[in-house]
Design a protein around this ligand. Structure first.
Ligand SMILES: [Fe+2]
Ligand SMILES: [Fe+2]
Length: 274
């Protein structure tokens, strides 16, 4: 692809090129517990339930703002993110079909509720909020990705090489790229960083934590894994360990010198490079 006349983006300044990759994955033999613990596996199933709807929404919002972007290089990066998200969403739909086939038949209902909620938000909220949706969604997927790629022993244990595990790592790797592109877009549209931080803290953080752990609990109950006090304690310990994924990192966007590609993120990206 030919990149138009160069104007810097956070990713170009970090020497990171957003490209479309097409690995293949087959989830047909994936067992219920495909990560180190049943809690981790059903946590990722809860995320998987929400991802097709949020990725579709991100794609729609990115397409809706393309004409307003002033930076031509950012425009190219956004086109690449849209293509990446399209591939992610296709695999996530396959995962959800697999889960429905294994008895988790309420998944389409969760998707309908989520779609209706987002439609309502888009119709009642101001433009700056609606145009912050990609950056907000990518904040959470980047946080999940960093957690997964940083502490692989906790998430994967010895289950590192199945197609489901490889898919999670690949998806996490590409999500690291989205945070920078979508925050660049938000800034290119001249919206306030402070309002973005506040919207994360007051709205998106509680909503994302509540919805994820509710669906997470649904999966554990439905698969009969919460039948004892000790199982509930284990579940609560998992929530306590993982809740910083949803409740941290909002204020950094308001700092004057904030740059999405921190040395740590760049190192993770380099290490997981595919
Ligand atoms: Fe994605
Ligand atoms: Fe993403």
């Amino acid at each position: 692809m030919t990149i138009p006349a160069k104007q810097d983006t956070s990713s170009s300044l970090a020497n990171i090129e957003i490209t479309v990759r097409k690995p293949e994955f087959d989830f047909s033999d994936t067992p219920e517990q495909w990560l180190a613990s049943i809690e981790a596996s059903h946590f990722m199933h809860a995320i998987a339930v929400m991802v097709p709807v949020t990725e579709k929404l991100v794609i729609e919002r990115l397409r809706a703002t393309t004409d307003k972007i002033s930076n031509p290089h950012l425009k190219v990066e956004i086109t690449q993110v849209i293509k990446q998200e399209g591939i992610h969403a296709r695999y996530h739909r396959a995962i959800n079909t697999h889960l429905v086939g294994h008895g988790f038949i309420e998944i389409p209902l969760f998707e309908r509720i989520q779609t209706a909620l987002f439609k309502r938000l888009e119709s009642v909220m101001p433009t700056s909020f609606v145009e912050s949706i990609p950056a907000a969604m990518e904040h959470f997927t980047a946080n999940i990705s960093k957690a997964v790629l940083t502490d692989q022993a906790f998430w994967f244990g010895d289950k590192q090489t199945t197609d489901a595990a490889r898919f999670l790592k690949w998806h996490a790797f590409e999500e690291l790229e989205h945070q920078a592109v979508c925050f660049d877009l938000y800034k290119d549209l001249k919206h306030s960083s402070i309002l973005f931080s506040l919207s994360l803290m007051l709205f998106w953080m509680p909503l994302s934590a509540l919805s994820t752990y509710s669906i997470h609990t649904y999966f554990l109950v439905k698969s009969k894994k919460l039948k004892s006090i000790s199982a509930w304690k284990k579940h609560l310990r998992f929530i306590r360990k993982t809740c910083p994924i949803f409740l941290s990192g909002a204020w950094k966007y308001s700092k004057k010198d904030y740059s999405p590609w921190t040395p740590n993120d760049k190192q993770l990206h380099q290490r997981e490079g595919v």
